[in-house]
Design a protein around this ligand. Structure first.
Ligand SMILES: [Zn+2]
Length: 89
């Protein structure tokens, strides 16, 4: 047993993106879906992000059969990190 297991799946702004892809794909387990929904219900930033991402994926999926490429994941992560840093200063 090597990697530490994440038992607490509390969704926050930072890890929301990790779940977001599966969330939008409908592949998340019910408990995490609830966490994500609760978070975006409270957090306007993430609600906008989910909305934007959903649209991006819809557009992307129409041209490509791939669910979500690593490149797009990376770009979303960068965008969110920049946003979080910007909000702090
Ligand atoms: Zn948030």
């Amino acid at each position: 047993m090597g990697a530490p297991e994440v038992t607490c799946k509390k969704v926050n702004c930072k890890n929301l993106l990790n779940e977001l892809c599966d969330f939008l794909d409908g592949e998340l387990d019910a408990a995490t879906v609830e966490d994500v929904k609760q978070h975006i219900g409270r957090c306007e930033d993430c609600r906008l992000l989910v909305d934007t991402t959903r649209k991006t994926i819809e557009i992307f999926c129409k041209s490509e059969p791939v669910p979500l490429p690593q490149e797009l994941r990376d770009r979303l992560h960068q965008a969110l990190e920049q946003r979080l840093r910007g909000a702090r200063s």
